[in-house]
Design a protein around this ligand. Structure first.
Ligand SMILES: Nc1ncnc2c1ncn2[C@@H]1O[C@H](COP(=O)(O)OP(=O)(O)O)[C@@H](O)[C@H]1O
Ligand SMILES: [Mg+2]
Length: 251
């Protein structure tokens, strides 16, 4: 499956990738901030008393808004004065350094390759004191192996001593194994759908695939809904359904 939506002209609307002014601040419109607070609450309910939950954010295609949602969700959690780590694990198409205007000389790829320590890669931004960020670093030849490797496991164990909560910005699932590779370290996945762009078939196929791979999908985020009208559209005019794993409970 391609990471790009098939014959979807609208993707070009996001060709000019831009994160400026899209991070939560005290100037963000109320409805947007509230959406992230609601998402935050729902996730906390879903994972209950989990010690340092790890939320992986993924989608079927690129440009669904995974990275922006990861960043804003991490900010929303940090506003609760929880120590939050935002890990850019999309080593093929890293963006968190652009969201937060940070250097990206060393990051996840160096950490998971054993070329750098956590202290050497962690970065902070003044505006969000409870948030720490690990940018993706240099693009490695083998992201999937790095994500599933022993070093990554060890790092996640160490993260759990340092943080209350971790958000992992993942590649799209159509890069098949990259996002699934971290499943052993992820408490649950948040699955992002871009309103008006992602097709129902692609979405359903991904959710089914993730279930087969025993990935726990905690919930979906429908990104890009018109807040004034509340309208959202699927391709060919079909509305999306919300997917939930059979047997999932709220505990
Ligand atoms: N709800 C939204 N409103 C406005 N712009 C958005 C929204 N979600 C994402 N974007 C923009 O779309 C582009 C792609 O988002 P990104 O988070 O990088 O997607 P992904 O990580 O899924 O590839 C970026 O320019 C981002 O700022
Ligand atoms: Mg991304």
């Amino acid at each position: 499956m391609s990471i790009f939506r098939k014959k979807n002209k609208k993707v070009s609307a996001h060709a000019a990738i831009n994160y400026k002014g899209k991070l939560l601040t005290d100037k963000t419109p109320f409805a947007v901030t509230e959406s992230f607070k609601t998402l935050r609450t729902n996730l906390l309910y879903t994972t209950g008393q989990s010690n340092c939950p790890v939320y992986g954010v993924t989608s079927t295609y690129q440009n669904s808004g995974k990275s922006l949602i990861s960043a804003n969700l991490a900010i929303a959690f940090s506003m609760l004065e929880k120590k939050v780590l935002l890990l850019d694990a999309d080593m093929r198409r890293p963006v968190q350094h652009r969201c937060f205007d940070l250097p990206n000389k060393k990051g996840t790829s160096e950490l998971f390759s054993g070329l750098a320590t956590i202290d050497e890669v962690v970065q902070r931004v003044e505006r969000y004191p409870f948030l720490e960020i690990i940018t993706a670093g240099n693009i490695p030849p083998n992201p999937q192996e790095l994500l599933a490797g022993e070093n990554a496991h060890k790092c996640f164990e160490q993260f759990k001593d340092r943080y209350d909560l971790i958000i992992v910005d993942l590649p799209p699932t159509s890069m098949v194994s990259d996002s699934v590779a971290v499943s052993a370290m992820v408490t649950g996945y948040l699955y992002v759908i871009r309103s008006g762009e992602d097709d129902t078939v692609g979405v359903k196929r991904t959710i089914d695939f993730m279930e087969q791979m025993n990935c726990r999908v905690l919930g979906t985020v429908l990104n890009g809904v018109d807040l004034k009208t509340g309208k959202y559209y699927g391709r060919k005019g079909k509305n999306y359904q919300y997917y939930r794993r059979n047997g999932d409970t709220a505990d």
